[in-house]
Design a protein around this ligand. Structure first.
Ligand SMILES: [Zn+2]
Length: 443
């Protein structure tokens, strides 16, 4: 039976984030989308009124870089869709984008997509996928077509990892970039110079790990790939940039393309941790690729925050036991968990300047806009209710990993409630046990 209320949910008396400002309006939801935005003062007929006095109302966050159920030799990352999406929800994330396993032939596409779609059914939040290629040896245009047809306008590739046959050849890389613009496909690239890594010749330990994939390997390769993108008019998104010098290089050489056809993503770990942690006794716990950098590079990264378009997490946690199992850096599974604390960590450093990098920017860059990333009529009713006067104490969190790299930190601001398409996923810090996450086709 249908009830008589015109709206299902009304968020009233909050400060609503719109176009970079906080506005005193009330937001009403019907049929999972934002139906009405009105000046504060008049209450519309509504099934539930949720008062947000003194709270910020932000668009639901988007994390466009997560790894769920990632298989790495003898290891599998700790989170499946249930635990990852739970951690994400507590972190205010209402949409995340995972990666299909790398494919080298087009025939692999269908079952790799099907596999992810099956896994993702347990998600509390909305999800999408990036197609991933390894040492791709097939028809580039055809892969782009099939990927687009399945609602995936983004393709990830690697300039390194030749030892596991994931490095793309220069010819294919050029072809992907060349075809990206006319097909409106974004090329996501993990950018490190493969040869410099293969020839690094440092001992296989945690303490020497950073020099095995040095900052220079990122900077040199970013110079090369941004040059290729600029020459071909390609659409390029550089994932997990670790160095401030890398951002400066792109800004200085291709500033006019930055934010238009070339995009930079970085991750909270590169702002909060430095390579010094690899010298600690528990240095294994912080191992990831590309590595954490020097405090100088980290400072430069912070100085250049306004040139970084999005914050993704590269979420890929393992358990303590798995991280500590070997002494050789090469044998340890690389990756950290950051999903749950990503926004809090970045808001703590930068305040409201960081909001767009979790909302409208990733929405526009990854073709989720205007469905996601913005509080306006007809957009999905995804919200984060944030109390900037409170603090968050970071513990191991809701991930299945038994630790967080940020444990015992206290950050400014607290994510109190999270709403996905008009229904609470987290309500006053309590998980609502309804898994309504769905696959978002992006085109
Ligand atoms: Zn990644």
């Amino acid at each position: 039976m249908k009830d008589n209320f015109k709206y299902e949910l009304g968020l009233i008396n909050g400060k609503v984030y719109q176009d970079g400002n906080f506005v005193a309006v009330d937001v009403y939801v019907k049929d999972q989308v934002i139906a009405e935005i009105v000046p504060q003062g008049t209450i519309l007929p509504c099934k539930e009124i949720f008062s947000c006095t003194n709270k910020l109302i932000l668009p639901g966050f988007i994390d466009s870089h997560v790894h769920i159920n990632l298989e790495l030799g003898e290891f599998k990352s700790a989170d499946d869709y249930e635990s990852a999406s739970k951690a994400a929800a507590f972190g205010g994330i209402t949409t995340f984008i995972d990666f299909l396993e790398p494919i080298n032939k087009i025939e692999e596409f269908d079952y790799k997509l099907k596999k992810k779609q099956d896994e993702a059914k347990k998600s509390y939040i909305d999800y999408a996928f990036h197609t991933t290629v390894g040492n791709f040896d097939d028809d580039v245009e055809e892969l782009i077509r099939i990927s687009q047809e399945n609602g995936i306008p983004t393709i990830k590739l690697f300039t390194t990892y030749s030892e596991s046959n994931r490095k793309i050849s220069d010819d294919k890389l050029r072809e992907f970039l060349k075809n990206s613009n006319k097909t409106n496909t974004l090329i996501l690239a993990h950018v490190e110079n493969d040869e410099m890594i293969l020839n690094a010749n440092v001992e296989d330990t945690i303490t020497a790990y950073e020099s095995s994939r040095p900052a220079k390997a990122e900077i040199v390769e970013i110079e090369k790939i941004t040059g290729m993108a600029a020459a071909s008019g390609g659409k390029l998104y550089i994932v997990h940039v670790t160095c401030g010098s890398s951002v400066e290089l792109v800004k200085d050489k291709y500033g006019e393309l930055l934010g238009k056809s070339i995009f930079i993503e970085s991750c909270p770990q590169y702002f909060h941790l430095t390579k010094d942690v690899f010298q600690q006794e528990n240095g294994n716990l912080f191992l990831l690729a590309p590595p954490l950098r020097s405090s100088e590079e980290q400072e430069k990264l912070k100085e250049n925050i306004s040139f970084i378009n999005t914050i993704g997490t590269d979420h890929c946690p393992f358990t303590k036991e798995e991280k500590m199992r070997y002494k050789e850096a090469s044998k340890i599974p690389k990756g950290l968990g950051s999903l749950e604390f990503s926004f809090s960590l970045m808001y703590h450093l930068f305040g409201k300047e960081i909001i767009d990098k979790f909302t409208i920017n990733p929405a526009k860059i990854h073709e989720l806009f205007p469905k996601k990333g913005v509080i306006q009529v007809s957009s999905d009713a995804d919200f984060v209710i944030f109390d900037s006067s409170k603090t968050l104490f970071i513990d191991s969190g809701h991930s299945r990993s038994d630790y967080s790299p940020y444990e015992n930190m206290i950050t400014n601001g607290l994510i109190e409630s999270v709403i996905l398409r008009g229904e609470f996923v987290v309500r006053n810090r309590k998980l609502q046990d309804v898994k309504r996450g769905m696959f978002i086709k992006r085109n």
